[in-house]
Write a protein that binds this ligand. Structure first.
Ligand SMILES: *Cc1c(COP(=O)(O)O)cnc(C)c1O
Length: 465
């Protein structure tokens, strides 16, 4: 049998012991956490697939670079290393460092958005939209309809619907649209890519109306890999070259280095326009730190500079995405309902379809995540009714189209055996709970961002959860 999972392109030099937990221990931890996986302590979790953000394993080269971090307040050598890496691999002229992605979003939104402005984007992201709204802007989702259909196999579900974008520009007027926010890949859709052809059309349409295109570059390297695999004409180009082509079709970018760049913290904002860069440098001093560290230590900037170069290496990005694909394939073969096609950083299980008899207001995704944790100590993230919150107008729970649990894979952290354990557990839980009739009810419901702090209890006393 040929290996269905390429061997990891690294070997292990330092190990971090994992806590093994018994079922009674997990039962107790889950009750203590109010059945909310967000409230579990990491020491009670065996395999943590809550997020791929800042959970990367760094290489020996990154750790070595940290030792030569320059901690000077002004003009640190480490900043110039980071700037050179962004120039070389992303191609933007001006680089402003920030403590993480949302720091860049804050500066960008303050700079460009005024009350009454509108920002189109290929699906919202939590912190991105929050900063747009804080500055008086309104977000508009202009992603193609296929992105909202979990079964649709469209290869570029991150594409912008140009007709939707054009209509918005026509209806609102270009003066009220400071920029189009394009994510590559689209996190909230489970890591779905945008094609270069579509991005070029978005850029051309925006340029004609004097509107900027700003890239959410958190996973642009992973997006480049998908273009290489799927987009006609790009199969022979390197991931590094395609990344440059993506950025060439945009006017700037906000970056969370906690994703593609294989670091644990950090970010940057980049723009081409020198006047915008000047405004950004003025703002970064107020909110983050001087424009040559932006809230990062010198050693953080060194680790990111090295991480950027490692991230575009074909063997690294391909092993990362193949590992996610492997987990997806194992679940699909066992008949679990998944969001298709599997994205770059996560496998999303359609919990609504997996637990069809659990009422939507008893939170099928949160219930499935709790059951998975109880079975094996694997932590997923909920993306369903709990995360969506209540409609302020009616007071009822919002029912988003998708009721998902997301298994998000950290980069270079877990092995194939771990993925097998996750798959075996998810399949077992799916089989055992397919006929479950009840889920969870609130014991405590916070008013804002309730998924972080909410507490639950089983809806019925005979529930196996
Ligand atoms: C994580 C993320 C951000 C925010 O970055 P932080 O580093 O968490 O502040 C913005 N956009 C996308 C798509 C992300 O995944």
């Amino acid at each position: 049998m040929s290996p269905r999972h390429p061997a990891e392109p690294w070997r292990i030099k330092m190990v971090e012991p994992l806590p093994t937990t018994s079922r009674p221990h997990r039962r107790q931890a889950l009750e203590k956490a109010g059945y909310n996986i967000s409230l579990l302590r990491s020491e009670d979790v065996y395999i943590d697939l809550y997020t791929d953000s800042g959970t990367n394993a760094m290489s020996d080269h990154q750790w070595a670079a940290m030792m030569i971090g320059d901690e000077s307040y002004a003009g640190a050598r480490s900043f110039y290393r980071l700037e050179a890496a962004v120039h070389e691999y992303y191609g933007y002229e001006h680089v402003i460092p920030t403590h993480q992605g949302r720091g860049a979003e804050n500066i960008l939104s303050r700079m460009l958005i005024r009350p009454g402005h509108h920002i189109p984007g290929n699906m919202y992201f939590t912190t991105t939209r929050a900063h747009q709204e804080l500055n008086g802007g309104t977000f508009h989702d202009v992603i193609i309809d296929e992105a909202h259909d979990p079964a649709c196999e469209h290869p570029f579900k991150g594409d912008v619907d140009l007709a939707k974008l054009e209509r918005l520009i026509h209806d609102l007027g270009p003066d009220r649209i400071p920029y189009v926010c394009v994510a590559a890949t689209v996190n909230m859709a489970g890591g779905q890519p945008i094609s270069l052809a579509n991005l070029a059309e978005v850029h051309e349409l925006a340029r004609r109306h004097g509107i900027l295109v700003i890239l959410d570059a958190a996973r642009a390297v992973e997006n480049a890999w998908f273009i290489k695999q799927r987009e006609p004409g790009w199969g022979e180009h390197s991931v590094a070259a395609i990344l440059r082509e993506i950025c060439a079709r945009t006017d700037g970018a906000a970056m969370s280095a906690k994703k593609d760049s294989l670091a644990n913290i950090g970010g940057w904002l980049a723009v081409r326009d020198p006047d915008l860069a000047e405004s950004a440098r003025e703002l970064v001093v107020l909110y983050e730190g001087l424009h040559t560290y932006g809230g990062m230590t010198g050693r953080d900037m060194e680790a990111i500079a090295v991480g950027i170069a490692e991230s575009v290496r074909e063997e690294n990005v391909s092993a990362r995405i193949d590992q996610v694909a492997y987990l997806g394939r194992r679940l699909a073969e066992a008949g679990l309902p998944l969001v298709r096609p599997v994205g770059g950083h996560a496998v999303c299980i359609d919990a609504g379809a997996a637990l069809p008899q659990v009422p939507r207001d008893q939170f099928p995704a949160q219930t499935l995540a709790a059951a998975l944790y109880l079975d094996s100590g694997v932590r997923a993230a909920e993306r369903g009714v709990v995360s969506a919150g209540r409609d302020p107008a009616t007071g009822h729970n919002r029912h988003p189209q998708l009721e998902l649990i997301r298994l998000t894979v950290p980069r270079r952290v877990y092995t194939q055996s771990h993925m097998d354990l996750v798959a075996d557990s998810a399949v077992r839980v799916h089989e055992q709970h397919a006929h479950l009739h009840s889920g969870l009810v609130f014991l405590h419901e916070p008013e804002t961002l309730r998924f972080f702090q909410a507490r639950f209890a089983p809806a019925t006393s005979d529930s196996p959860i």
